[in-house]
Design a protein around this ligand. Sequence first.
Ligand code: AMP
Length: 454
Amino acid sequence: MTVQDFATLGLADALLRTAATCGYTTPTPIQIGAIPPLMAGRDLLGLAQTGTGKTAAFTLPMLHRLAAAGARDKRIPKAPQALILTPTRELAVQIAGVVETFSRGLGLRHALVHGGVSARPQVVTLQRGVDVLIATPGRLLDLLEQRAVFLDRVCYFVLDEADRMLDLGFVRDVKRIAALVPKDRQTALFSATMPQSIVELTEGLLRNPERIQITPTSTPIERIRQSVMFVARNNKRPLLSRLLGAPEVSRAIVFVRTKHGVDRVVDALKRDGLQAEGLHGNKSQGARQTALDGFKRGRLPILVATDIAARGIDVQEISHVINLDLPDVPETYVHRIGRTARAGAEGIAVSFCETEEIGNLMAIETATRRSIDVDQKHDFHDAGIEAEYRSGRRPPVAASQRARRNNGNGNNGGGRPKQDANARSAGRPQNQGRRNGGGGNGRPRRSSEARQSA
Ligand code: AMP
């Protein structure tokens, strides 16, 4: 793909000026691919993740065309012309920020509606009239029921992170909303993955779409220094405090599987004198936004989050991503570590792996087609877990994980390229970094091995 200038995309001068102010000098691949067909009125299917510049890819042509069409009919309030549907509040807030920035100088108005906050101000804003509505499905349906908004004037419909929308169980909501949008519209659907459920959804929603696929997973991953630390479950939190206390950790996201886990980790970090806040769906919108703003502005160095809460968060200069537990879906791992190494920077991703997670680690290595470096240079290194990992046997997977993974790989790590195992043992000094020998933590290491061989 040739390097292209924004000026060649035919966008309004005001948009080009704002792009320049935001430091967008060259369009990203998704922008090069998506902006021309969207400008021409085509439907679009974009296979792209957050971090690729997809928000601007759909926002710029939408605002351009809205501005070119002239002033909205002020006699018809509550009837936006563009609808951007997105799965989470955080993502909605982020998109609204981009819409707000690029609407400057175009005379276009937008509204942001999501749950977790009072609907009243949202109703008032809609009543005043907006061009672009950014919404999460649940709150939008509530407002539609209250007749606080109508979708019969929508001519631009964007579904962002469609796969996550379905993961979160919004499929019926999305279909109900789509049915209220006029058929004669332009639709753009973005998804990081393309499972069968999304294929079916696109068939119902898109007309002869232009298909753009951006595979960022291979490129950013090259810039991320990935490592795994074998550590017993009980030692994960002390190890985490130790890592996060290091001076080179300037801005870190810690991923934790459950909401309760997030709270427990934040409490433990605070007890250890570290400044950390949690981000998950049970927190009030205010608390989530405060934590996120603090993190973005550099006041808060550590954010602890669940996958869903962190989805779509765009913060530059995250120095470290730490996986307190390893997700059982490899794609989630790729999403997580993609939070670092943004904007050309190098990033560091450290994953903790306990015995039960060896299978997850193997699945991730298979999916990303690379082996992850083992870091033994910490006081909690568990050589027993490492030995189990190197044996190449995939330990039994918990039933819940097995159901979710369902990838037919069996339980012997069969999908893992053989040379990975060789590469792992080759070139790595056997005793490197083992400070206190054996399990390194004074804990009887045999227990985990015993469990494994059972
Ligand atoms: P997104 O994938 O939309 O979440 O965008 C990821 C990040 O890339 C955001 O911080 C954008 O501000 C930034 N960005 C988007 N387009 C460009 C561009 N053409 N040049 C530089 N940065 C961009």
